[in-house]
Ligand binder design. Sequence first.
Ligand code: G
Ligand code: G
Ligand code: MN
Ligand code: NA
Length: 254
Amino acid sequence: MELESYLRKALEKNEFHLYYQPLMDLKSGEITCIEALIRWQHPLIGLVSPAQFIPLAEETGLIEEIGAWVLTTACVQTKYWQQNGFPNLGISVNVSAYQFQQHTFLSKVMEALHVSRLAPASLSLELTESAMLKDIGYSISIMKSLQELGVKVSMDDFGTGYSSLSYLRNLPIDTLKIDQSFIKHLHDDPSNIAIVKAIITMGQGLAVSIVAEGVETHEQMNILRDLDCHYAQGYYIQKPLDTAAFEQGFRTVE
Ligand code: G
Ligand code: G
Ligand code: MN
Ligand code: NA
């Protein structure tokens, strides 16, 4: 109960902020999309990681409100950036398993699009494998409804779950995000190269875009480019930045 009131107050007091991390098109070098990552700036504790408070928000049910805030804030910000120099910028938003299963989820997505006037095609939603597989029939129906709206669906942390590859045939997904654990030892472990290469080939066959996460070195980026990976994300390209720092970064790119 105490935690719930803490989280609720955080929302009321505007202690949540979104950071943004770019996804780079490896062919053109362009930033095509940004991932929104929530941060909690607590006045006393300091910065609290979402890895800590998202599970609590799920337990208490507050994820519904926090998730709606994230969606709306991310869409409004992206629409603003589209109108101020980055017309083709897309936004990718993480959705937790519980949030995805809520019966209000689809209407919250539509509301965020309506309020922001962001084109649905500019929005991607990131779901983990386990979130998708929880109630697969229901998940597929919601994912299809999202795609009918024009919203894209990404599978986050791909390779860390237990799903059989046959699921990939049936799940309506636009993008696979290869988990950072495969990228971390890309240059010193040939088995990781083999796995990443196989995922990229599979992506081409299934017409699914591939994003490599957690790219931290030039060497990793070169390997991914050689393997024809579409997109990369990670500290080597840019770490997650707050709105002001992000706009600074835009200016230096221009
Ligand atoms: O950015 P960072 O590494 O601290 O994120 C830690 C975890 O929190 C990651 O699993 C990330 O997907 C998750 N996360 C970050 N922002 C959000 C958000 O807005 N909603 C949800 N549900 N998860 C988020
Ligand atoms: O679960 P998800 O993939 O959404 O979480 C992404 C998390 O990874 C975020 O918390 C983000 O801050 C973090 N992250 C982003 N790029 C890198 C990177 O290059 N290295 C590491 N170690 N973490 C990263
Ligand atoms: Mn993510
Ligand atoms: Na991920």
